[in-house]
Design a protein around this ligand. Structure first.
Ligand SMILES: Cc1cc2nc3c(=O)[nH]c(=O)nc-3n(C[C@H](O)[C@H](O)[C@H](O)COP(=O)(O)OP(=O)(O)OC[C@H]3O[C@@H](n4cnc5c(N)ncnc54)[C@H](O)[C@@H]3O)c2cc1C
Ligand code: SF4
Length: 576
């Protein structure tokens, strides 16, 4: 890879807008080839991945002595901005020999424009509804005469003939060289032959082997239709994965049956749903415990033995067997008295490491297990409760300084974040839940990669959800804009309760949202006030049982045996 301008120019290589290459990707120096965004081929610098792959194929062939030629690419692109569906391909410049077909439906948010020349599509822009992008693009690339279908052309592929066709038939009718995945330049034929050739049955496998749908994912629906066409009955996207080897039932069925049959204990679930093992396993027990806590907050007694070690001892176990302790700091705000109390605890218990976390908390690392209750007792005297940094539940609400201090702040993001945290602490969720509130779109609290985030704006509170910044990285989707703090709280709480009720154990909010659909979540939380209120009320009811500080309970003696050191036995004693 050569960066144009100075480097190439200094080497005496011809540079125009980019490094000039011929059809073999060769620069003006026969020993140097160029590829990618920096290269200029026939006067064009491409800014998308697909043409670069096409050029790379040619260059690879040249490097092994072949004679392939690159003749340029017709490109299309889909804009990947949350909430905006936009497809664009080809040429839109006005000219006397060009015609346009336009469909505009403002209230549905749809705009489609086709540019024609000599009865052939030479440009297409679709806004709002972009499913026909690949079809228009294919007609354009192949220069198909559209005069026979001109009347219905703008309505898309499935309307050819005057009435909607089965969408599967539409995919089946695409030629093998129709591009399905614009990001990675993958055609229909490549996908179908790879599915049959390699015996692929899952979307993940197809992504891994072909790269189709592996980037922005907007072609996922098409790829799934191709899988269904190619595999027939062998394709079963909805096949249920059992919760574990103790049952044939999947998480959703178990949740549904817990409610439908009024099952309120783990043994009752196992008996009624015909578990294959007598006591379950490390996979199903924590999941069942969560589902029962969530569904019967007032009746179910939490089964502490069904929890993982961190949730049993309310601290995070470290690799050396010691624990880390994170007190709750509402909204990430602290003061001198709290910091003094933390410093005293650190000195008294000789805690070797104090670390500020990404969630705006202070982490005390290296605490011996038997010291935990005493550490908590001292922290409790300073007003601290557990930060639940170990919980599949509400962890942190990170905030920026907001309108109280920052000249850009539009709302009191700190105050609102603290309010949210005080409302939601103690709640159990399918997986950990991290929130953030930023006082303006500069987003210093990084709210747009959180499970739920809020961006304050002059007109209110923009609520975001389903972000991720761990193994997966994903920006949030917008749930909607509300005017007041009260409304924002109600929406956030209702969204959390919906996730609590529908999420599978250990399923983060972004995975849940992808599974059930972002639009469905928006429909229920933004578009259905009654449903939203019902979710909110159920959360509030559940909190009356959940907001008990586990540290102070253990300081008072609960689960004492957990914190007793194992007896030290000498060899002689052991031998007796
Ligand atoms: C936000 C964003 C979203 C995009 N989304 C899409 C999309 O959805 N679909 C699509 O088809 N395309 C998309 N693109 C465009 C696509 O990413 C680029 O066209 C493509 O990555 C270009 O590949 P490249 O190898 O030419 O350059 P790059 O991918 O930019 O690689 C250049 C490399 O050279 C390195 N480099 C730079 N200077 C030097 C130096 N002096 N010495 C050594 N190394 C150096 C850089 O660090 C970099 O790793 C997107 C681009 C952006 C910015
Ligand atoms: S997000 Fe905005 S309001 Fe908050 S600190 Fe940053 S600039 Fe200030």
């Amino acid at each position: 890879m050569i960066v144009p301008s100075s480097l190439a120019r200094d080497a005496g290589i011809a540079v125009n807008r980019g490094i000039v290459v011929d059809d073999g990707m060769m620069t003006s120096d026969p020993n140097v080839f160029s590829l990618g965004e920096c290269a200029e081929h026939r006067g064009i610098c491409y800014g998308l991945v697909a043409p670069l792959y096409e050029a790379a194929r040619v260059l690879a062939d040249r490097l092994i002595g072949g004679t392939s030629e690159y003749h340029g690419s017709v490109v299309n692109t889909k804009l990947k901005v949350t909430g905006i569906n936009l497809f664009s391909a080809g040429d839109f410049a006005e000219a006397p020999d060009r015609e346009e077909i336009v469909l505009r439906d403002a209230s549905a948010g749809i705009y489609k424009r086709l540019v024609l020349k000599d009865n052939r599509i030479i440009g297409a822009v679709l806004y709002g509804e972009t499913a026909d992008g690949s079809w228009f693009f294919d007609l354009m690339k192949r220069g198909i005469d559209i005069s026979q279908m001109r009347d219905t052309l703008i309505f898309g592929q499935s309307y050819q003939g005057g009435s909607p066709l089965d969408p599967m038939a539409a995919v089946a009718a695409l030629p093998d060289d129709a591009e399905i995945c614009g990001c990675n330049g993958v055609c229909k034929g490549k996908i179908t032959t790879t599915i049959t050739g390699k015996g692929l049955t899952s979307l993940d496998d197809v992504r891994a082997h072909t790269k189709a749908s592996a980037s922005c994912g907007s072609c996922t629906g098409l790829v799934e239709q191709l899988m269904a066409l190619t595999l027939g009955d062998a394709y079963n996207p909805a096949a249920v994965t059992p919760m574990c080897t103790c049952t044939e039932l999947g998480h959703d069925d178990v949740r549904r049956l817990i409610k439908a049959k009024g099952l309120k204990t783990i043994p009752a679930v196992m008996q009624e749903l015909e578990w294959k093992t007598s006591c379950g396993c490390a996979k199903c027990r924590p999941a069942l415990n969560y589902y029962l806590v969530c569904d019967w907050p007032d009746e179910y007694a939490d089964d502490y033995q069904s929890r993982y070690i961190n949730e049993r001892v309310h601290a995070n176990i470290q690799k050396d067997g010691t624990y880390s302790v994170v007190p709750r700091m509402w909204g990430g705000v602290t003061n001198a008295a709290e910091l003094r109390a933390i410093a005293d605890v650190v000195d008294k218990f000789e805690i070797p490491m104090v670390k500020v976390t990404g969630g705006q908390r202070i982490d005390l690392l290296g605490v011996e297990k038997e010291d935990l209750p005493a550490v908590w007792a001292d922290l409790g005297k300073a007003g601290f409760i557990s930060g639940q940094a170990y919980a599949k539940g509400l962890r942190t609400v990170k905030t920026c300084v907001g309108s109280d201090w920052c000249r850009f702040g539009t709302q009191d993001s700190t105050g609102f974040g603290i309010r949210v945290e005080k409302f939601m602490w103690g709640s159990w969720t399918p997986a950990k839940l991290k929130l953030a509130v930023s006082g303006c779109p500069r987003n210093c609290a990084e709210a747009t990669c959180k499970d739920i985030g809020v961006i304050c704006v002059d007109s209110g509170f923009e609520i975001h959800f389903a972000g991720a910044a761990g193994l997966d990285i994903k920006g949030t989707d917008v749930l909607g804009l509300v005017k007041t703090e009260d409304e924002a709280l109600e929406h956030i709480v209702a969204l959390t309760q919906m996730y609590r009720e529908q999420g599978r154990y250990l399923e983060r909010i972004y995975k849940w949202a992808k599974r059930i659909g972002h639009d469905e979540i928006r429909r229920q939380i933004m578009g259905d006030p009654e449903k939203r209120r019902a979710y909110y009320d159920r959360f509030v009811f559940s909190q009356t049982f959940a907001q008990v500080d586990p540290w102070s309970e253990r300081v008072s003696g609960k689960d004492k045996h957990e914190f007793k050191p194992m007896a030290t036995i000498s060899y002689n004693q052991a031998a007796e």
